[in-house]
Write a protein of this length. Sequence first.
Length: 761
Amino acid sequence: MMMSLCAGAQNAVGDWIIHTSFVGDQVTNVVESDKWVYYLSGGNLFRLDKETQENEALSRMNYLTDMGISQMFYNSDKDYLVVVYANSNIDVILSDGAVVNMPEIKNAVMTASKGVNYISFAPGVMYVATDFGYVVVDDGKFVVKESHVYGKKVASVARVGKMLLLATADAAYYGLASEYHEQLGSFNEASFKANSRMFPINDSTFFCMTSRTFISHMTLDAEGNAHFDTPSLYDNTTTVLQKTRDGYLLNVPSLKKCYKTDLEGGNLVAVDTVGEICSAHPDGDGTLWAGGINGLHQQGSSNYFLPNAPSMGIPFWMTYNKSSDLLYVSTPTSNGFYGDPMPTVINTYDGMKWTDVTPDGAPVEGTYWIDFMPDDPDTYFVGTWKEGVLKVVNNEIKLKYDTLNSPIVYRGSVKYGTMHPVTTIDRNGNLWVVEPRENKSTPVMVLPAAKTKLAQTTVADWITPTIRNMDSEDTKRATFLSTRYGNQDIKIFSDGRMGDPIYMWNSAGQLSLEPDQRMYSSFIDQDGQPYNWTRVVCFDEDKNGMVWMGTTEGVISFNPSQAFNESFRINHIKVPRNDGTGMADYLLDGITVNDIAVDGANRKWIATQSSGLFLVSPDGTQIIKKFNMTNSPLASNSVYQVCCNPNSNSVYVTTPAGLYEYFSDSSPAEADYSSIYAYPNPVRPDYLGDVTITGMMDNSLVKIADASGNVIRQLKSTGGMVTWDCCDQNGERVKTGVYMIVCSQASGSGKGAVAKVAVIR
């Protein structure tokens, strides 16, 4: 029963999860509605159910239609939230949680920018100020009533009394709201602030917000001309303004305050917010909800609601710690994707919970990838941009290897200058560091495994093998791999610069000062043809010891042990066209490959710069799947990194739009059949997906039999997993009953196992 419960919690093959990031110091808006408290952080939307205290991320996987939120606006009179995306798409979240999509502005065909700048509300309508003019929306049906294209950016539009007010970058205007203003010239020029955001207070008064905050009073003379008196309220920007029970709430993050006013917008009372953004519902008791670095809480309470989410704005590097069964994710330093280094943030994910494990004193200018010790899952090493190499034990920095205790040097011998040490750890636990940009004399250094255990080291503890001709002016794009082919220990390094070579050396299990080494500026493929690259981007080693190399021109593979022979050839992988011509195309020819990962069935997951994510067969000759923005939840076709969970079927990818998890049809094979199970179990009438059978040995033969023992379907596992669509061999859906799953090794050797699954129609 416990196994069944565990299986029921599993995600089905083909499912995606968007791991929406929450960064506390990037909270830009908080809105308390009748039922929920919404809060926006780094373009990601979260909400707390005030009654159940359920705290969830909203994304295109559950409620929303898009990703990358730029702003949100709340209509407190009708209790709906308007979500505006960076691409000008608009969602409206109604009081019952239903979502109405309004893609009209996003889909409009025009050469001018379609950016949405501000939204204000009036009875029955909302006004959407855009880069081309403004749009009037009927908020009963949420359809566009009017579209005013002026070819000029409008900062905001608002109805005050019977007047419609409009602000552009360099002027302000007014006109009767009852008239249709086909041209900007049909408005009258006004004296309130240009390039402002307007928030109506009553029929004659409104907030006017620029780099300062004003209250403007409008009066009409006998001829119907409007006159504006706009005194300053204070000399700072109000970022978020909301109506409350007793007046208005103005958030001023630059002062780390919010201000409460009366119903006329006067009598300011400052509230210290410690930099948090605050909100209070007009029908509430006046208690403020505040969002900031620690999450969401009611002001004055220490009970914070923190989403279960990555705590970094840009997840980039990923390493899976197989021993502790944890995914490690960290932010990038300055590399080929980001010009500026970012503060180090490191998170772990155990399949259910995200935890921030950033060590105290972590570099403020970022790190590179994490390398775990093979015999100690609690210890890892990581190179930094300016602080050498860090040794981290149980999430605490125990030692820094820099100019004082290692051969690492600063560029130009200036303390705290750049260092760029690139690391890898071999199977014996030796720490290898490459620093060819700064360290011309000894660009390669290694700390023997025994020395990595020391609490302190000296320069004499390190070995500096001679690797000839290694020279580089930049290692921001570097990639470094330690392979384990047979009994050989081969290192492969590229600095990732345009036209630069690949360096290989073979230490043959010993830390020799003169290892066998090669330098390649090009390769020869299996057909005797040259293979050249603009840049080498990544290396990975598969389960057969073959090295897969991603470049700006696609992907190749080779046997690293043969790289030291004169007859060395690489495999320029060909994918047959299967169109009867006998022709083939090179795998991902001309596509920049950012990263490669190997799953439990030795298949390759390939992340590309602009073409999405690919899954190819173990030898690369078949493209099994391709994921991009059109056929998956991916919000970007640029995939930075890909990482396969060695203990399950999860595949993780990082992109400019965040971190995603995909549940593939392959999991690592087991040594026996003791942990075989199927899910979901039972299969209920409303379930239309596949049954996943996992916990098998590699290359298992799987037979599905009915209660009478008749075999109705035969399958073969991919790694330790197979899926069954609940159909027989003729493609017909099976009837209600209990079905036996008989698993055995395809070779016929060894013992098998039987599991059962109930199907209810």
